[in-house]
Design a protein around this ligand. Structure first.
Ligand code: PGA
Length: 271
């Protein structure tokens, strides 16, 4: 895992926005996996500002959202479809036909989930999957103890997730208890993963994900097996990491390896 520690949420956003811009432009990534929640809001604002400055273009981008609450219609103010419309899609030039969501009201759950998997494959697979992390270590709505080999599926939400989502709903009884989510394996099939974590409440989850054993009790820990993951967190979310000094050193000195190698080659050639 490439762990990047930044001072605060603004610096996390700047780094993440730069990475997304760079991947869309230089690596010609087309298919994005997108999260909802409090964490990515700043990233979406930064991407909208970049788009307005002409630095990023969504005309060819295809998107798949990570998850959706079961029971909410697409126009419900708290549906993730509405969230994406309001926080990103209505502000950039992404084509409506290139945007994919899980339905909150599927007629046949198994068929719908299999169809979502098929659509991802047909689009060529996800190039860059952007993720947040739950306080309980979930990615998407893959909650603790759920299968690390899952594909898109229905799930019950844990008490903690329901409590965390309470702030978005008027009444406690309105908070959905079930959702559809890309599976852990669906996420792991992405070419590259960018996970954002900000705030003290994420420190335990970040510690378990990066330095804990790989275990279903912290679904995000499976990312240790993915070859191209960048975890970018602020100081508060990184506060419990034991090896933070190493992450800071590697983060600050990435460019130095090639310089060092060039220096050594000159030295050897000079002898
Ligand atoms: P949050 O949620 O960004 O609202 O903290 C993150 C997540 O549950 O993945």
């Amino acid at each position: 895992m490439n762990v990047v520690i930044k001072n605060d949420a603004a610096a996390v956003t700047e780094f993440a926005c730069g990475l997304v811009r760079e991947r869309l432009a230089e690596r010609r990534y087309r298919v994005l996996g997108l999260p909802t929640g409090g964490t990515p809001v700043l990233l979406y604002q930064a991407l909208i500002a970049s788009y307005r400055r002409g630095e990023v273009d969504f005309a060819e981008v295809v998107s798949f959202n990570l998850d959706e609450y079961l029971g909410l219609e697409p126009t419900h103010p708290q549906s993730y479809r509405r969230f994406m419309e309001e926080n990103l899609f209505s502000h950039v030039n992404i084509r409506p036909e290139n945007v994919h969501f899980l339905s909150g009201l599927p007629e046949d759950i198994a068929w719908h989930c299999a169809d979502y998997e098929r659509e991802i494959v047909e689009a060529g697979g996800i190039d860059l999957q952007i993720l947040g992390i739950g306080r309980d270590g979930h990615i998407g709505f893959n909650e603790p103890t759920s299968s690390l080999r899952s594909r898109t599926h229905e799930t019950a939400l844990t008490k903690q997730t329901i409590e965390d989502n309470r702030r978005f709903f008027e009444r406690a009884e309105d908070v959905p208890r079930w959702a559809l989510t890309m599976g852990v394996e669906t996420i792991m099939d992405s070419r590259e993963i960018l996970l954002l974590a900000t705030g003290r409440s994420k420190a335990d989850a970040v510690k378990a994900m990066v330095e804990g054993p790989v275990a279903a009790i912290c679904p995000a820990s499976i990312l240790q097996f993915h070859p191209a993951v960048t975890v970018v967190c602020d100081e508060a979310a990184a506060a419990k990491l034991d090896h933070d000094e190493f992450y800071r050193w590697t983060g600050d000195n990435q460019h130095r390896m090639l310089e060092f190698l060039a220096e050594q080659r000159r030295r050897v050639a000079g002898n």
